[in-house]
Design a protein around this ligand. Structure first.
Ligand code: HEM
Length: 606
């Protein structure tokens, strides 16, 4: 039957010699060399195959799908398959387009970045050495203790190094020589003494109407001059202020008598006194309400100024408006206390201002305003500037005095022999009954030496406030790109083995001559002690801080001794173990007893 074929259902397909035959339901097809079974699942013949579902067949010329719609060409496909393929092809095309877009975007970004690198390349050449972190981002460090990391890197990279922290370029100067060169020398005064833009200066101090946080410009210079003049005139140089200070010291003595030797944190007694003293400096006397506003501004302002909190306000200033969270509450609180202060210091004192009887800083500043009005019609020193000066002084004076006094008492507890020598000097120079005065400072070299050594050893402000260069600066054979934050690492300066003999030992004698006198101010130990900073940004309160430390120490130690409570143990006094309450370092928390000196022998016998 060559050439004639039928399937089982008798639907015939025949053709002689031509190639393909199928029945209607397509079950079979026969032809020489081409076969399917009844269910249309297979064909067998050399070179011609379909799979069970009939979707595929591979061999030149023969293709079938499940419904056995036949194709007869290598590139013929079943309809479903073609549809599926075309769907896939669409997806593929879309993917291809997307990929193309992404590649283009990548190329554009890289080009822009390369362009940026190219135009800033000038500034990035010749940078100081320093630790490298992740590209652009730099390193992440423990911000409150950054002085410890800086001191570690100083050993590895030298006196001048730079580091990127959270994307900010930071230059760290680690020796008195480099700090003096950058902050004090004429060549760099106008370049390296700015402050970086900051949230508190802008939002709290009425757009930088302050000294501490303002850039270095003519208004800064004029404001700082007004601040220093009015502080000098109405601080410890004024008889009025000295007699009020003596009253405050006597109040402290009374408080210690009332405590009757019970264990306390001495700051519970001293801090209110620090607040009262600064309120008195501003207003000539300090009402309870002013003392409260000063204390509130100090504690909440101190929170806001912590680099880790201030950093958040600076990066995300809008965070202050998101309700029911810390940054919103703190911002609102500080703004409220700022208004309270404004009322107490500016509005109320304006009413008592009398040009013929000026007895406080704020009245003196009002008078400067009047003089400027006479000279030029409109004073540059507005009430907002006076408000800013007051906020500066609260923030800078109380926190630092708290750190140095609590650090000093901590050392007195550790070194009872030093305490005893101080008491002997008080007895010799001042006596047991006369009230100490700031003029006694010059006559008590051992007490001075102890205070200086405390400032060096504990380095309560381990870093200067941040400085900033607005323009590119060439210094120390390096190029410092603009907008770099610059810190003086005072902690490193004060513990450098090349500058100090046994820097990790507390040794007041290093400031004394063999005859027991204070060394000259051009002695290397005095030159290398830079606890108050140097140059145009130097602390305005350093004389007042030293006077205050002297008065609190002598008033208290004339009558009392500090004793470690029975059963309690003091933590190590190693400066590397100080607790960071940034920006200051405090001793680890401790309690002490303040015992009357005449009862000391009795007390020890107990
Ligand atoms: C022992 C206590 C104190 C220490 C160790 C100390 C230290 C410092 C340091 C290191 C600076 C930064 C210098 C710089 O950025 O280069 C500074 C700035 C400042 N200090 Fe003090 N300070 C103390 C007490 C005081 C007191 C009692 C006052 C005010 C009554 C005060 C007012 C200021 C002000 C206003 C500035 C900013 C100066 C500026 O930006 O130009 N400080 N202080």
């Amino acid at each position: 039957m060559a050439g004639i074929w039928t399937n089982e259902t008798g639907v015939q397909a025949n053709k002689a010699g031509t190639s393909i035959w199928t029945n209607e339901i397509c079950l079979q097809a026969n032809m020489a060399g081409i076969w399917t079974n009844e269910t249309g699942e297979r064909t067998n013949k050399v070179g011609i195959w379909t799979n069970e579902t009939g979707v595929q067949a591979n061999k030149a010329g023969i293709w079938t799908n499940e419904t056995c719609v036949q194709t007869k060409k290598a590139d013929y496909f079943s309809i479903k398959y073609i549809k599926r393929l075309s769907r896939q092809r669409n997806i593929l095309q879309q993917l291809r387009k997307k990929m193309l877009f992404e590649i283009l975007l990548g190329v554009v970004t890289i080009t822009i970045f390369m362009f940026y690198v190219w135009i800033t390349k000038e500034n990035l050449k010749n940078l100081p050495p320093g630790p490298k972190g992740v590209f652009w981002f730099g390193l992440k460090i423990d911000i409150p203790n950054m002085h410890l990391d800086f001191t570690k890197w100083w050993k590895a990279f030298g006196d001048v190094f730079e580091v990127k922290i959270l994307g900010r370029r930071i230059l760290v100067l680690n020796s008195p020589k480099t700090i003096r060169e950058a902050f004090e020398s004429k060549a760099y005064t106008t370049l390296m003494n700015h402050r970086p833009p900051n949230f508190i200066g802008y939002k709290i101090c009425n757009q930088y109407k302050c000294v501490l946080l303002r850039k270095y410009d003519p208004t800064f210079i004029a404001m700082k001059k007004e601040m220093v003049n009015s502080m000098d005139t109405h601080g410890f140089q004024s008889k009025h202020f000295r007699s009020l200070a003596a009253d405050m010291m006597n109040d402290v003595v009374k408080d210690f008598i009332d405590l009757n030797g019970r264990p306390i944190d001495p700051m519970n007694v001293l801090r209110p006194s620090f607040c009262k003293m600064i309120g008195t400096l501003f207003a000539g006397n300090c009402s309870h309400i002013l003392q409260k506003h000063v204390a509130d501004f100090d504690s909440h302002g101190d929170q806001m100024i912590k680099p880790q909190i201030h950093g958040v306000y600076k990066k995300f200033p809008w965070i202050r408006w998101i309700p029911f969270q810390f940054y919103n509450r703190l911002y609102k609180l500080v703004q409220k206390i700022k208004k309270d202060l404004q009322k107490a210091l500016l509005f109320d004192l304006r009413n008592s201002y009398n040009t013929s009887n000026i007895k406080c800083m704020v009245h003196q500043l009002f008078r400067s305003q009047d003089l400027q009005r006479l000279e030029r019609g409109k004073p540059w020193l507005t009430d907002a500037h006076i408000h800013g000066i007051a906020m500066d002084l609260i923030n800078t004076s109380i926190l630092t005095t708290k750190a140095v006094m609590s650090g000093f008492i901590f050392l007195l507890l550790h070194f009872p022999e030093m305490q005893q020598k101080i008491q002997e000097e008080i007895d010799d120079v001042i006596g047991k009954d006369r009230q100490p005065e700031v003029d006694d400072r010059k006559k008590t070299p051992y007490i001075q030496a102890c205070i200086y050594e405390c400032l060096r050893y504990q380095s309560h402000l381990p870093l200067t406030a941040p400085h900033y260069n607005r323009k590119k600066v060439d210094i120390f054979k390096f190029t410092i790109p603009p907008k770099t934050i610059i810190f003086g690492n005072l902690f490193a300066c004060h513990h450098d083995e090349e500058l100090w003999e046994d820097p990790w030992t507390f040794k007041p004698e290093r400031y004394l001559t063999e005859e027991g006198q204070l060394i000259d101010k051009d002695h290397p130990n005095m030159i290398n002690l830079i606890a108050f900073g140097v140059g145009e940004r130097m602390c305005v309160g350093y004389e007042m801080a030293l006077d205050r430390m002297f008065l609190y120490t002598t008033y208290i130690l004339q009558k009392f001794s500090f004793v470690v409570p029975n059963g309690s143990q003091l933590k190590s006094h190693d400066p590397r173990n100080m607790v960071s309450e940034s920006p200051v370092l405090l001793p680890p928390p401790y309690m002490c007893r303040v015992v009357k000196r005449k009862e000391m022998g009795k007390d020890e016998a107990e």
